[in-house]
Design a binder for this molecule. Structure first.
Ligand SMILES: C[S@@+](CC[C@H](N)C(=O)[O-])C[C@H]1O[C@@H](n2cnc3c(N)ncnc32)[C@H](O)[C@@H]1O
Length: 200
């Protein structure tokens, strides 16, 4: 298992799965899922760091040919309990897929755990498996510095980006940004949802 982050989530996979079901996410999040499905329209989708598979199930219902991967075996186990969609235990840093396999890549609140070179390496791995012109969604957190995510007395660091930094991150790695949505929270960050296309 890719250590640290996935281990942190493995320890709370069942609770996470119950808490983050499709019935518990805000309407604004369902709109993002819907917009992504409409933009991809048809073909193969990768949910990178899918957790217990909430978004995989949504895309499967939209008739997309979706596979979810996660480095946590326990998360994949929770996902498999909830449906017969395709899942694999896999590290997003080294995807076991051919180049240009997917029409769309969905990656929600996974890159927030990585900084600088590692974050860039993962984005390039996601880029590698996308077809030219393929669609990516990144769910990030907007702010400055770091945010300590605490659950049951354990904590993990998340790295926040300004909108300008997030934009530069994608553009420097040959993506064309289509939309950036900011969803405000009452915490020290906002959710930053970016839709972009791989430049051919
Ligand atoms: C905050 S959860 C988000 C899960 C899901 N995308 C969602 O929106 O509910 C982060 C997920 O990333 C997974 N993860 C962390 N590091 C990973 C890695 N290197 N490769 C694949 N998955 C990873 C964790 O196991 C966890 O399921």
């Amino acid at each position: 298992m890719a250590k640290n982050v996935a281990a942190f989530y493995s320890n709370r996979s069942e609770k996470f799965a119950d808490k983050h079901s499709i019935d518990n996410v805000p309407e604004s999040y369902v709109k993002l899922l819907s917009e992504f499905s409409d933009l991809v329209k048809t073909g193969k989708v990768l949910d990178a760091g899918c957790g217990p598979g909430r978004d995989v199930r949504y895309f499967a219902k939209k008739n997309l040919d979706v596979i979810g991967i996660d480095a946590s075996e326990k998360m994949i186990k929770e996902a498999r309990k909830r449906g017969d969609e395709k899942y694999q235990v896999m590290n997003v840093e080294e995807l076991d897929f051919d180049n240009q396999k997917f029409d769309g890549v969905w990656c929600n609140t996974v890159l927030i755990f990585f900084k600088n070179k590692k974050r860039e390496k993962i984005l390039n791995e996601l880029r590698r498996v996308l077809k030219p012109g393929g669609m990516i969604h990144l769910g990030l957190k907007e702010g400055s510095g770091t945010f300590l995510r605490e659950i049951n007395n354990e904590s993990i660091t998340q790295y926040l980006l300004s909108q300008a930094e997030a934009r530069k991150f994608l553009e420097d790695n040959e993506f064309e940004i289509l939309e950036i949505y900011v969803n405000e929270t009452n915490q020290d960050f906002n959710f930053l949802n970016i839709f972009a296309r791989k430049i051919e």
